[in-house]
Design a protein around this ligand. Structure first.
Ligand code: FAQ
Length: 311
């Protein structure tokens, strides 16, 4: 019965084994994974917009080719993640409807505008850097399909992070106006990138249960600290400063101290009143509507193939 199934599930989690789609799982575990994986998938496809904004204005053919490849990778990540979510018994159509109706979230970070070319570099360095820091532990997540999707995504994110660092590095060593543009981008993306890890542990509704289920391996604050420890020396290598006067090496803790993000701003962005929330969702809805003919054509083609096979 359900009792035996629950015991088997608990034993598998205790032994740090992977749960697969056909295994019994508690409803709460399934719901949590659908919520997190869907939010993650939505983030990938909404996340195409801020950088997509610069494809037509990339400063060279090479930068343009690299940026197109990166944005395509993000679409691919969305597809792997929607597929992982589908193994839990929801369909991609349902999840997209929930996104378009504003009933599921996507990452706060994609509600900020990309004002200059340097933002593409800052996103690669900071946003992809934060994404990797958060996602490497998810490669060991207890749900098999999500964990396996993360392995490949992390490899691609590492390349994205390197290209962002490289673009910023060139600007930081360029003309004075380019250096200022790079610094301005870092000034605007630093705090929002810290918010990507979620609210402080004391206010994180899901962390405790998700950690007990081996979905999350580290808390939001632990990963935020790890990220700051990584980017402080990288900022020095870039010759740029992080806009946080509280950053200081703490020998006792063996970590960098850093300041507190503006959590009121974070709450506003989650409520839908960030600088670009409306624009992002409107663009997404329009892209979905504009693509309806492609989905219809694909379905008509599949039906024709199926009819031919049946004949
Ligand atoms: N934005 O209890 P917790 C990328 C919500 S990287 C919006 O701590 P949890 C790559 C949370 O859903 C970005 N909402 O939640 C890329 C919950 O609300 P709910 C995507 C947030 O789940 C780079 C409430 O706050 N990465 O896309 C945020 O245990 C460049 C309470 O929070 C992932 O999704 C936020 N930042 O921990 C693409 C990684 N933080 O549902 C393009 C997977 C929290 O109760 C260009 N996700 N909330 O209404 C996770 O690791 C976790 O879900 C956390 C949040 C850590 C984000």
């Amino acid at each position: 019965g359900v009792h035996d199934a629950q015991q088997r599930f608990d034993a598998m989690i205790a032994a740090d084994e992977r749960i697969e789609p056909r295994d019994w799982m508690p409803d709460g575990y399934r719901r949590t994974l659908i919520r997190q994986i869907a939010q993650h998938a939505h983030s990938e496809i909404i996340g195409m917009q801020p950088e997509g904004n610069w494809i037509t204005r990339a400063p060279s053919l090479k930068r343009k080719a690299v940026l197109i490849a990166k944005v395509q990778d993000e679409a691919g990540h969305g597809l792997y993640l929607y597929s992982a979510a589908e193994t839990l018994g929801v369909s991609r159509e349902e999840l997209l409807d929930l996104l378009h109706e504003g009933r599921q979230r996507y990452s706060s970070i994609f509600n900020y505008p990309t004002l200059t070319w340097a933002d593409v570099g800052a996103i690669g360095w900071l946003v992809d850097g934060a994404a990797i820091t958060n996602q490497v532990p998810l490669c060991r997540c207890s749900y098999g399909p999500y964990a396996r999707a993360m392995v490949r995504i992390c490899k691609e994110e590492s390349f994205h992070q390197r290209q962002g660092f490289d673009a910023l590095y060139v600007l930081a060593r360029g003309a004075e106006a380019q250096r200022r543009m790079a610094q301005d981008a870092v000034d605007r993306w630093y705090w929002p990138s810290l918010m990507m890890f979620g609210p402080p542990d004391t206010e994180s509704a899901h962390s405790e249960q998700s950690m007990a289920w081996n979905i999350k391996r580290f808390s939001n604050d632990e990963l935020r600290q790890r990220f700051v420890d990584i980017i402080v020396p990288q900022a020095e290598a870039l010759g740029l400063t992080l806009p946080d006067p509280d950053i200081a090496w703490n020998a006792e803790r063996g970590h960098y101290d850093f300041g507190t993000p503006d959590w009121d701003e974070f709450k506003q962005v989650l409520k839908g009143s960030g600088p670009c929330n409306r624009q992002r969702l409107e663009h997404r809805r329009k892209a979905h509507a504009d693509g309806a003919w492609v989905r219809e054509a694909a379905q008509a083609h599949a039906a024709k193939q199926a009819a031919r096979r049946a004949a």
